[in-house]
Design a protein around this ligand. Sequence first.
Ligand SMILES: NC(=O)c1ccc[n+]([C@@H]2O[C@H](COP(=O)([O-])OP(=O)(O)OC[C@H]3O[C@@H](n4cnc5c(N)ncnc54)[C@H](O)[C@@H]3O)[C@@H](O)[C@H]2O)c1
Length: 253
Amino acid sequence: MTGTDQTCHRLEGRIAVVTAAGQGIGRAVAERFIAEGAVVHASDLNGALMDDLAGAASVAALDATDHVAVLAYFAQFPQIDTLCHGVGYVHHGTIEQCSPADWRRTMSITLDSAYYVLGAGIPAMKEHGGSVITIASLASSIKGYPFRAAYGAAKAGVIGLTKAIAADYIKENIRANAVCPGTTDSPSLRERIDALAVKMGSAEDAYNFFISRQASGRFGTTAEIAALCAFLASDDGSFMNGQAINIDGGITI
Ligand SMILES: NC(=O)c1ccc[n+]([C@@H]2O[C@H](COP(=O)([O-])OP(=O)(O)OC[C@H]3O[C@@H](n4cnc5c(N)ncnc54)[C@H](O)[C@@H]3O)[C@@H](O)[C@H]2O)c1
């Protein structure tokens, strides 16, 4: 079994805001929070990806790199109990293969967006406290990976920002933790495998290359990452603060 039982209702009535909720990890987090009883506000750059979530959650198209749009979106929330931010972009390359435009795009999508979203969301958590969750990565300050120069730097920044928030707002009962997944089966992972398949001339070889890097012999599932996020959002995670938590099937043993 690679998911978890979703019958507990640890987030009953809580207000949860989830970015990048159209697909992948963000989508699984939104679904898990709904299953746990939260009132979920889901957003994504591509609003159409959330058509089937509407009804179970409030959904909105939001470009998390647009500071003005982010501020306008968050103005609707007098209170937020949980804020999960997972917008990120993987540039494939060493520092020499990373143009200034690649670097800026990576920082904009992965790190600037975190600054905008968390900065806009924190004021709505200060009165009642809450849980901030960022989706960082093993490819960060945790571990160096080949061809992840810009991505690793940006995700290290996400971890640093998350820890700074934990330190700054501990008196307001705001906890902030960074979830650091290993390779997780998501639409963008499948795109990366497909791109490698073109280079290698074989879909099977490309898939096996990615799998060969997994200590557990498999990818993580988005449900597994979402289960950790639900723990952090809930009172079960009430003593977790300022941590970068690896969830990687044993890569960092
Ligand atoms: N999949 C993995 O192996 C893996 C591993 C470690 C960390 N992560 C991180 O987890 C997060 C989610 O990755 P994933 O692979 O599950 O999802 P994904 O890449 O398949 O989907 C990401 C979602 O983010 C949305 N998005 C992109 N740019 C946006 C923007 N500017 N504003 C708002 N939404 C935007 C996309 O429309 C998409 O719905 C990312 O930050 C990624 O770096 C993923």
